[in-house]
Design a binder for this molecule. Structure first.
Ligand code: GAL
Length: 642
């Protein structure tokens, strides 16, 4: 694994560049990621391209031995372009244009903007496609950041109608598929179909699902446009994109099909503060991040490409600026995050950013250097990580134990009709992931179409739309299976299956879910060390009842190698059911102390202490110490080798 940093030469006087490049190399950084926001400097006036500064910046970095990831600058179209093409901006769900003055103000469906994005991509790739310093291209930056996948523009409306005509063939087929007879929502032609915003009450969920699928396809097409240009003009270089955390607005599996390496941007402290974690965890892990946040995304994004190639393209090096509260990491956490990415098989960890910028939106965002050019605490940890990485050598092959199935349309279905506050497929998946990791297991998160070979246990935390290929793969799979709530509960156009949920999964598990209910906070059915909360289902089934709450409410059934969990995977319940399945799968369970997590690779066990207390490696984790100690200090990392 290499280390790198995100650098913006256009923000700094040129006399700093050589010194910056030298200090990067001296810290053990090998790659530098540049260019993704520089359109206004690359093309200051329409058609007038200024390469002089970028040539010099690239040559300076290259001269210091650094490899470059060059970004296409399409996340920040300049003012002159917006003025020339005012309808290229995205429109929010209230019908308001998203104005110039920050970033990501474009609409994915605007064909004129797509042509402009292709034009600037081609220009940059023609200039640098063969440059020996360029090892990879990043398309755009964080598709969807700042809530920008869905645009309710005229361009989107027209493109959506064409997309619908293509998908359904006739408007009668659309009416039938969506159940538009309900509330007299029937259309006479595709031209009558609007976008699903601004309706009096909720629009038809089938309408929303179609619109989300369409919007995701627009992201795929936008990205593919650039990829094709880059492949043509810069063959042999990797094409990457940087995904975000806890973000599901487009189908990341579909975009990844066009990439060589999936990147993601890891901000564990910002994510902990911004997402629905328990208040106690927000406090306990305020300076470390919840111990499963980073690893969850490592394992999710590794599963996005068949080759499993992935990177951290942005790594938090200190406080960020964008969460409600932005604490500094505990000393040692920057190194821990870095080595944990390594243990999960990253190719690169690139710190965002090299130097804190004293102006504009991100002035409170730490870099590896302070604005006065002195080292910030992250720099020494990055340099130490570089030494550790060199000393550790190759990580070892990932060890396959458990696969979690996650699909982006699963999250769309549960967001469109949650039927209970805060219940989404993404968070069901995270809960199962976390429960399995606390048992010391290696977890891969894979799409429903991936191979199940080599796993001992496969879990569908919440997969409402089940493709036939997944049913077939599960039927020939020999390991244990756990099916979670709402799985198989929808057909592709959002209808409840005729045979009732779990629909096509009835081929594996003989049951009908005859009723589902969601439960307000406090309305629970306690069990032994766990509880039924938030969601539960009534089943008619011939399978064996395995687990009930203390009041007799059934919660888990078993049929051969398959279990059905008929309630939301709350931490305690998820742990109970998944432990049973893991034991039946002959996996060795190693419950870990609070905040300790492990990852197995080849003959190695990597251990990470996310707690603010020292933590002891359980005796059953044996091997020769090759890094750290068996007693891990806060933010400590230990590596054992068999
Ligand atoms: C990311 C983004 C970066 C920077 C960073 C700050 O979402 O890609 O450009 O804004 O956040 O944490």
């Amino acid at each position: 694994m290499k280390l790198g940093t995100c650098y913006y030469p256009e923000h700094w006087p040129e006399h700093l560049w050589p010194e910056d490049a030298r200090r990067m190399a001296e810290a053990g950084l090998k790659q530098v990621r540049i260019g993704e926001f520089a359109w206004s400097r690359i093309e200051p006036q329409p058609g007038r391209l200024d390469w002089v500064w970028l040539d010099r910046a690239i040559d300076t970095l290259h001269g210091a031995g650094l490899e470059i990831i060059l970004g296409t600058p399409t996340a920040t179209p300049p003012k002159w372009l917006v003025d020339r093409m005012p309808d290229m901006v995205a429109i929010d769900d209230q019908g308001r244009p998203r104005g110039f003055g920050s970033r990501r103000h474009y609409c994915f469906s605007h064909r004129g903007y797509r042509a402009e994005a292709a034009r600037i991509t081609r220009a940059v790739a023609e200039r640098y496609g063969q440059h020996p310093a360029i090892v990879a291209w990043q398309t755009d930056n964080e598709y969807g950041c700042h809530d920008t996948v869905l645009s309710f523009s005229d361009a989107a409306r027209l493109a959506f109608r064409a997309w619908l005509a293509d998908r359904y063939g006739t408007v009668d087929a659309l009416n039938r598929a969506w159940g538009n007879v309900f509330w007299s929502m029937e259309y006479r032609s595709f031209d009558e179909v609007d976008l699903p915003n601004l309706t009096v009450t909720e629009a038809n969920p089938a309408h929303w699902l179609a619109f989300r699928r369409f919007a995701s396809d627009e992201v795929v097409a936008f990205n593919r446009n650039q990829v094709e240009i880059l492949r043509q003009l810069s063959p042999g270089r990797d094409v990457v994109h940087n995904y975000m955390g806890f973000f599901t607005e487009f189908d990341h599996h579909a975009v990844a099909a066009d990439l060589d390496v999936v990147g993601w941007d890891s901000y564990p402290l910002g994510f902990l503060d911004s997402f629905p974690f328990a208040e106690a965890d927000k406090l306990a892990y305020a300076r470390q991040g919840h111990p499963d946040i980073a690893a969850f995304h490592h394992d999710l994004y590794r599963g996005c490409t068949p080759t499993g190639r992935w990177s951290v393209l942005e790594q938090q090096p200190g406080p960020v600026n964008w969460a409600r509260h932005n604490p500094a990491p505990l000393p040692g956490m920057v190194r821990l995050w870095t080595l944990e990415a390594m243990a999960h098989g990253a190719e690169l960890v690139s710190y965002f950013r090299w130097r804190q910028f004293p102006q504009a939106q991100e002035q409170h965002h730490a870099g590896l250097l302070r604005p006065d050019n002195e080292p910030a605490p992250g720099l020494a940890e990055a340099a130490q990580s570089a030494l550790d990485i060199a000393a550790l050598g190759p990580v070892g092959e990932p060890v396959k134990q458990v696969a979690l199935i996650f699909a982006y349309d699963a999250d769309w279905v549960t967001k469109i009709q949650p039927q209970g506050a805060g219940l989404s497929a993404l968070w069901a998946t995270f809960a199962c992931y976390s429960a399995l990791r606390k048992l010391g297991l290696n977890v891969d998160i894979i799409p429903p179409t991936a191979s199940l070979d080599g796993y001992a246990l496969v879990v569908l935390p919440c997969v409402p739309i089940v493709p036939d290929a997944l049913v077939a793969a599960l039927q020939s799979f020999n390991g244990q299976v756990v099916i979670g709530p709402r799985s198989g509960s929808r057909e592709p156009d959002f209808a409840i299956p005729g045979n009732l949920p779990p629909g096509p999964l009835q081929a594996l598990f003989p049951a009908k879910v005859v009723r589902a209910e969601s439960l307000r906070p406090g309305l629970t059915h306690p069990g032994d060390g766990w509880e039924i909360a938030r969601w539960r289902e009534d089943l008619e089934t011939s399978s064996e009842l395995e687990l009930c709450a203390s009041d007799g409410t059934p919660v888990c059934w078993k049929h051969g190698k398959v279990r059905y969990l008929a309630a939301w995977p709350e931490p305690g319940l998820a742990s109970e059911v998944l432990s049973r399945a893991a034991r039946d799968a002959d996996l060795m369970l190693q419950p870990l102390p609070d905040g300790l997590r492990v990852r197995r690779a080849g003959k190695r066990i990597f251990a990470f202490n996310y707690s603010t207390q020292t933590s002891e490696l359980p005796g059953s984790l044996a091997g020769k110490l090759i890094l750290g100690e068996r007693t891990l200090p806060p933010a400590g990392v230990t590596v054992l080798e068999a």
